[in-house]
Ligand binder design. Structure first.
Ligand SMILES: NC(=O)c1ccc[n+]([C@@H]2O[C@H](COP(=O)([O-])OP(=O)(O)OC[C@H]3O[C@@H](n4cnc5c(N)ncnc54)[C@H](OP(=O)(O)O)[C@@H]3O)[C@@H](O)[C@H]2O)c1
Length: 316
C-alpha cells in the first residue's frame, strides 16, 4: 500500500511517500481502508518531540470503510463506514490502510461525507471535553474563546453556542466572517483589539491559541470563573501544568485539559454534525502524496479549521 512514512534519514523532508506492506488484522483488530484523514497539531508536535509511532506513520483522525475484521470483532462488519481518533493505538492514518482495535472506531453516518467525518475526532472531542468536562459550561454564561479560528476553535465556538453560552471569539482578521457565521455573539480581531484591555469578564475562558500569560487569562475571569488551558506554545502548556493548581487558590479556577479519545463524545458530536447543528470547517484538501506539504501548512499555525488529506480521491 502507499503511505507517508516518517524517516529521519531523509531530513529535512522526513515525511516520505512510499510503498509499504499492507497491514493484516489480528483477531482483535479491524482493517480500515482509509478514505480521508485530517491533520492535528499532535502529528507535528509528536514529531518535534521525537515521539514516533511504532509503524512510523502519523495521522490520527481517519474515516474509511471496514475491509476485513479479526475473528473476535463483533461491533463492525465488512463494508461498514467508520471513523475515529487512532492516536491512542499507534496512529497510522497517513496511509491507504490501517489496522486498529474496534474500540477506537465509531460508525460514520452514511449522510456525512468521509472528509467531514475525518475533520471531527480529535479537534471536536477536545472542544467538548474542554467546555463540558473541565469548563462545566452552563447556559447563559459568558465564554471567551481565544484561538477560535483553528481546528479546535471552530468546534469550540459552535459547541459553546449549542450549550447556550454567550460567545466572544478571538481570531485574526481573515477568519472574522467565518467565525461570525458559526454563531459567535462577538468576534474580536486580535490585530485590532486587545481583549485583555476591554474590561469585560468571562465565566469561562478557553485558551486554545495565543500568546497570553496565565495571569492575563486569570485577570479576565469573572468571580468563580474557570480558565481551561488547551493549547498554545509548549512553554505556555508547561507553565499551566506547573502553576495552574497554585493559581487556582481563590475563587477562580485555572485548569489544564489533556483530551482523550472517547467514543461516546464522538457519537454525541457526529449526531450534531448529521443534524446540521455543527459544521466542520475545512480549510484545504491535499492528496496523500502531498502530506508533508499539508503538515507544513498546518504547523504554520494560521489555518482556518481543519486540513484534510484525501487518501482515496474521488470518494470523499
Ligand atoms: N490539551 C489537549 O488535549 C489538546 C488537544 C488538541 C489540541 N491541543 C492544542 O490546542 C491548540 C489548538 O489546536 P488546533 O488544532 O485548533 O490548532 P490550529 O488549527 O493549528 O490553530 C490555528 C489557529 O490558531 C489561531 N491563532 C494563532 N495565533 C493566535 C493568536 N495569537 N490569537 C488568536 N488566535 C490565534 C490561528 O488564527 P490566525 O490565522 O487568525 O492567527 C488559526 O486559526 C494547539 O496548541 C494544540 O496543540 C491540545
Amino acid at each position: 500500500m502507499k503511505a507517508v512514512v516518517y524517516d529521519k534519514r531523509e531530513s529535512p523532508n522526513v515525511l516520505v511517500f512510499r510503498e509499504v506492506e499492507k497491514p493484516i488484522p489480528n483477531d482483535n483488530e479491524v482493517l480500515v481502508k482509509i478514505y480521508a484523514v485530517s491533520i492535528n497539531a499532535a502529528d507535528y508536535r509528536s514529531m518535534k518531540l521525537g515521539i514516533i509511532p511504532k509503524r512510523k506513520i502519523f495521522g490520527a483522525d481517519i474515516a474509511g470503510r471496514v475491509e476485513a475484521v479479526g475473528k473476535n470483532i463483533n461491533k463492525f462488519t465488512i463494508g461498514d463506514e467508520v471513523f475515529g481518533d487512532i492516536s491512542a493505538c499507534g496512529f497510522g492514518g497517513f496511509a491507504e490502510y490501517v489496522v486498529v482495535p474496534e474500540s477506537a472506531l465509531a460508525l460514520k453516518p452514511v449522510s456525512v461525507p468521509f472528509e467531514t467525518a475525518a475533520a471531527v475526532p480529535m479537534a471536536a472531542v477536545t472542544a467538548l471535553q474542554a467546555l463540558r468536562n473541565k469548563g462545566n459550561i452552563q447556559p447563559g454564561q459568558k465564554v471567551l474563546i481565544c484561538g477560535a479560528g483553528g481546528g479546535v476553535g471552530t468546534f469550540t465556538v459552535q459547541l459553546a453556542k449549542h450549550f447556550g453560552a454567550e460567545v466572544t471569539a478571538v481570531c485574526g482578521e481573515k477568519n472574522v466572517k467565518v467565525i461570525q457565521s458559526l454563531g459567535a455573539d462577538y468576534v474580536i480581531n486580535y490585530n485590532e483589539n486587545d481583549f485583555t484591555k476591554s474590561g469585560k469578564h468571562y465565566d469561562l475562558v478557553l485558551a486554545l491559541n495565543g500568546n497570553h500569560s496565565l495571569f492575563t487569562y486569570k485577570r479576565v475571569l469573572a468571580p468563580k470563573g474557570i480558565n481551561v488551558m488547551v493549547g498554545g506554545s509548549l512553554s505556555q502548556v508547561i507553565k499551566s501544568l506547573l502553576f495552574g493548581a497554585f493559581m487556582s487558590i481563590g475563587n477562580k479556577k485555572m485548569r489544564f485539559l489533556a483530551a482523550k479519545p472517547n467514543i461516546k463524545d464522538l457519537e454525541f458530536i457526529i449526531k450534531l454534525v448529521e443534524d446540521g447543528k455543527v459544521k466542520p470547517i475545512i480549510d484545504r484538501h491535499y492528496p496523500l502524496h502531498e502530506t508533508a506539504e499539508a503538515v507544513r501548512y498546518l504547523s504554520g499555525g494560521h489555518t482556518l479549521g481543519k486540513v484534510i488529506i484525501e487518501v482515496a480521491q474521488g470518494t470523499v
